[in-house]
Write a protein that binds this ligand. Structure first.
Ligand code: ZN
Length: 257
């Protein structure tokens, strides 16, 4: 180690910041070099002098309190005059917070209802049955062929009736999946229009009729009867589809299930 290096490292050596190897090197150098050894001694004297009590001044005991007091006064002077401390604000602030939460929740609950989602699913199933040439798993115009076909495939027996005499011949049936469960899909035809009738058991044992909906040019008519949900979907003209559903309702109630 030369003198330049030693001078650079002296402060670190004095503060005990050097690694053991550097410590050894600088100690060796200090032993052999009078100039650097003198520098080291000077630094030790200065350091000792800086530690004497005469250089330190102890703050008076009440200084802390005076500083705290003046900080509080300064903070008060800067605060806007008063409205934050109005009593009504203590009531209004929680109300505003509640209103904000409600506003944030509205979009969550304001989305499509389960009814609207099911309508979308019914229309999508109808379109899919037309697109992928999967209209019927069992092709038959005979209700006595179609109805038994569902045996063992579903946990219920859908009412099936042929309406060929009334102009709505049965084409067949297939399994589909709606409302998180397997359902029966009965396929009817009117001229070149396909009608899908989705049937599955209902929790509701009474008679209910839902509003007619139209989506993407398809009409959806639905009702609940004899413990079954019926969803009818087609691009058939709405009056004709309504006539079809009337025929289906009356035949379902008269034919044995
Ligand atoms: Zn030296």
């Amino acid at each position: 180690m030369d003198c330049t290096n030693a001078q650079t490292l002296l402060d670190g050596y004095l503060d005990g910041e050097l690694d053991p190897l550097r410590n050894l090197e600088i100690e060796e150098h200090l032993h052999g070099c009078a100039r650097c050894s003198q520098s080291y001694s000077d630094r030790q004297i200065i350091r000792g002098g800086l530690k004497t009590e005469s250089l330190y001044f102890k703050a008076p005991a009440d200084l802390r309190k005076r500083i705290q007091r003046s900080v509080r006064q300064a903070a008060k002077a800067e605060a806007p005059a008063g409205w934050l401390s109005w009593p009504w604000l203590r009531v209004a602030a929680p109300l505003a917070a509640t209103a904000l939460v409600v506003l944030m929740l509205v979009p969550i609950f304001g989305g499509p209802s389960s009814d609207e989602l099911l309508t979308q699913d019914v229309v999508a199933s109808h379109i899919r049955s037309l697109m992928v040439n999967h209209l019927a798993d069992v092709r038959s115009t005979d209700e006595h062929t179609v109805k038994p076909w569902f045996n063992g495939k579903l946990d219920f027996s859908p009412p099936v009736s042929d309406l060929a005499k009334q102009g709505f011949p049965l084409v067949g049936g297939r399994l589909d999946y709606l409302n998180n469960r397997p359902v029966a899909a009965l396929v009817y035809q009117r001229d070149k229009h396909v009608i899908n009738v989705f049937v599955w058991p209902s929790d509701n044992s009474g008679q209910t009729v839902g509003p007619v909906k139209t989506q993407q040019g398809y009409h959806v008519i639905r009702w609940t009867s004899s413990g079954m949900n019926f969803w009818v979907v087609s691009d058939l003209e709405q009056n004709q589809l309504a006539k079809f559903t009337d025929l289906l309702k009356s035949s379902a109630t008269t034919s044995p299930t």
